[in-house]
Write a protein that binds this ligand. Structure first.
Ligand code: 5GP
Ligand code: ZN
Length: 113
């Protein structure tokens, strides 16, 4: 867990452009943005992926999902946004710590790549 980059960001051992933080989550700008605004929302708790969430994590997941709109609005995404959770190998998850991608300020395409 000590090698987890998002745990290190949550512990402020690695700097990030933090937009929001409370006792259970943090939001910061992605270092390699895929849209004009690309925010990552992470749980402070080290959970590997959506696949690894347990019953006890339901409140945390609900809080994170319900916070999306507030962070989106504060980042200027008045016209909508896309929320992405990559999970596992086929989902192309590269950081093994639960996170939401919140992308906006451009028109998205569908289907995603
Ligand atoms: P995944 O591919 O796991 O869904 O997303 C991981 C995301 O984390 C990628 O978009 C990548 O750019 C971002 N990322 C990886 N390392 C860092 C970092 O040290 N700082 C920040 N801000 N973002 C990172
Ligand atoms: Zn972690």
């Amino acid at each position: 867990m000590s090698e987890c980059i998002f745990c290190k960001i949550a512990a402020k051992e690695i700097p990030a452009q933090i937009l929001y933080e409370d006792d259970v989550m943090m939001a910061f700008h992605d270092v390699a943005p895929q849209a004009p605004v690309h925010i990552l929302m992470i749980s402070k708790k080290h959970i590997i992926s959506l696949d690894d969430c347990k019953k006890e994590d339901e409140e945390l997941l609900g809080k994170m999902l319900n916070k999306v709109k507030e962070i989106a609005k504060s980042a200027g995404m008045e016209n909508g946004y896309r929320l992405v959770i990559n999970c596992g190998e086929d989902g192309m998850q590269t950081v093994q710590h639960l996170h939401f991608h919140l992308l906006g300020k451009r028109k998205m395409t569908w289907p995603p790549g």
